[in-house]
Design a protein around this ligand. Sequence first.
Ligand SMILES: Cc1ncc(COP(=O)(O)O)c(C=O)c1O
Length: 400
Amino acid sequence: MKNVDHLLAGRSASNGADFVRAIFAEARKPGVISLSGGLPNPRFFPVEALIASTAKVMRSHGTEILQYGTSDGFLPLREWIAGRYKQQGIDVSPDMVVLMSGSLQGLDITGRIFLEPGDEVVIEAPMFLGAIQTLANYQPRFVPVPMGDEGIDTDALARTLQSHPNAKLIEVNPSAQNPSGVTYSAGVRAQFAAAVKNHQALIVEDDPYAELRFDGTRPISLRRELGDRVIGLGSFSKIISPGMRVGWVVAAREVAARFTLGKQMVDSHASNFASATIWQFIQDNDIDAHIAGINAIYTIQRDAMLAACKKYFPPDVRYTHPQGGMFVWVTMPEGADALTLFRDAVATEKVAVVPGAPFYTDGVGGKTQFRMSFSTVEPAMIDEGVQRLARAMLRHLDGA
Ligand SMILES: Cc1ncc(COP(=O)(O)O)c(C=O)c1O
């Protein structure tokens, strides 16, 4: 194949995707315990129930869902999503919901609608690297605000917003953040609302992990406090299936209409086939019981990971205690280098994590940090994996 590098758009020349692909390739090698993935556990994909839902909905809605549809997506599912917000005390109507081919597409269309090159977007640091890559296509100026133990550093956020009055978006992942696992506390939520109150920016609430909750109550969407300031991104990926690619945007009616237009331009509409199958699944099964089943197992796996960290990591290594989601975020002492550790850990101990640097946009953050996922690994393998990692880490820290 002829080299096409000279034809590439500047925005796609380098966006970190290769680095991450290389990490996942290492993690897939035989014998490697991968704590690097961010995948939902496939044991919870309701295969049999979805076969039944597919057959049933094809019989009842076959010609409708095999035809092109409207760009806002399959109405019964949008009605169900609106009802789910109502259960949280948030008034959402179906015309405020637009189905997306995964919630990440909601972020992409957010960029399309709002961002010119050079526009400022306030983000959490660290932040989900997929979101960084998606937004980077619109060539914004990222303005990172550090994450603390209970959520975004709201003092830093307030200062940042003061010094960046023209920022257009504030992108946050307040429930079980990827990569840190941190959920905003009630205090941080209140301070967040106060900090953004007099600023023009829209809040993008990236919330695919909201339902994955192990301790305490399910966090309520920021929309409850901040109303139409919030563009919410939700997803069935972590609770039913990521491969079906069905997520949604919930926004003020006039903003939702822009997403509908954006969706039309990108790919007409989300798959009606997948959306209708999900809808039928929810009609015929107890979705809350299904989610509770996922949470019960993830809680055991989270606990196994935290117990192993406590048992094997040196005392000056810090790690988060996630109340939900899939990730534990580890911070080694100053001088450590997570990338060097990663290379050694894969080569000698056969265990893989994700080094922290790609979760930052400034080229310096994350050097001493890495992400581990517990979602797909059995407790015994989590223990073994963390033990192996700790061996590599002790060698690394001795030499650091
Ligand atoms: C924070 C965050 N946002 C969005 C996504 C993408 O989800 P979806 O499958 O709905 O596009 C992920 C997936 O890993 C994620 O971690």
